[in-house]
Design a protein around this ligand. Structure first.
Ligand SMILES: NC(=O)c1ccc[n+]([C@@H]2O[C@H](COP(=O)([O-])OP(=O)(O)OC[C@H]3O[C@@H](n4cnc5c(N)ncnc54)[C@H](OP(=O)(O)O)[C@@H]3O)[C@@H](O)[C@H]2O)c1
Length: 215
């Protein structure tokens, strides 16, 4: 489990037990990916499942030209995902070559397909993630590595809290309080289903929507 807040990771690792490995790191920092790869492969050996989950969503109208926010979304949502995927690929290939199931799960979003004003850059990073998932599937299917692109609709998490546009943030937090959105467990459950299929079955794309969210 990789994230920046070591205390939150340690608490979660404590809940899961000794099979969990907490690796605090900021994926946007130079050298982080190499360190993660070293720590994980030294403790756990070849990786058989990579969930590319970390992302940030910073909606603002394009006219506001929030260059720092654009860079942050591109660095984490796209560049870090590529770096981690590349670094852990040898382990995944080795697992698949031994006949085991080897999975890369990429968290995209329904925002990749349904443009929403002020979400252009976030949506563009997620459209890129979905494209990458399809392209990697074409490239890696012969090796036995499966790729699953997961597109959730609205989920109650901390994602909305980081928005710097107060009006948009308040709207999203109000939606989160409505009781109609998904929980993180709903998405995790779909991922568990996908990666526990027999090795010859690939759920290449999963859309997980709150029942009442139209698109
Ligand atoms: N929530 C939704 O409605 C929704 C909808 C569609 C898709 N998604 C996608 O679902 C995925 C999970 O998002 P979420 O909703 O669970 O958001 P979240 O609650 O904000 O979780 C983001 C996770 O990424 C970690 N993270 C953030 N920046 C990082 C960095 N620089 N380096 C390492 N880890 C970092 C965070 O931990 P730290 O802060 O401790 O680093 C946290 O564990 C994302 O890809 C998001 O785009 C979410």
């Amino acid at each position: 489990m990789v994230a920046r807040r070591a205390d939150r990771l340690a608490a979660l690792a404590g809940e899961i037990g000794e099979r969990a490995l907490a690796v605090p790191a900021d994926l946007t920092q130079r050298g982080a990916v190499d360190k993660i790869t070293e720590d994980v492969t030294a403790r756990l050996g070849a990786v058989d499942l990579l969930v590319n989950n970390a992302a940030v969503m910073l909606p603002n109208p394009i006219a506001d030209r929030r260059g720092e926010e654009w860079r942050h979304m591109l660095d984490l949502n796209l560049t870090a995902l590529l770096g981690v995927t590349h670094a852990l690929l040898p382990g995944l290939l080795a697992t698949a070559a031994r006949g085991g199931t080897a999975d890369i799960v990429n968290l995209s979003s329904t925002g990749a397909d349904a443009p929403v004003p002020a979400f252009a850059v976030y949506g563009a990073t997620k459209a890129a993630v979905s494209y990458l998932s399809r392209a990697l599937r074409a490239e890696l299917a012969p090796t036995g590595v499966r790729i699953t692109d997961v597109k959730p609709g609205g989920v109650v998490t901390e994602l909305f809290d980081h928005a710097t546009h107060s009006g948009i943030r308040e709207r999203m937090i109000t939606a989160a309080r409505s009781g109609t959105l998904l929980n993180a467990e709903d998405v995790a459950d779909a991922i568990c289903y996908a990666v526990s299929r027999p090795a010859h079955v690939c759920l290449s794309q999963l859309t997980v929507m709150p029942l009442t969210q139209p698109q």
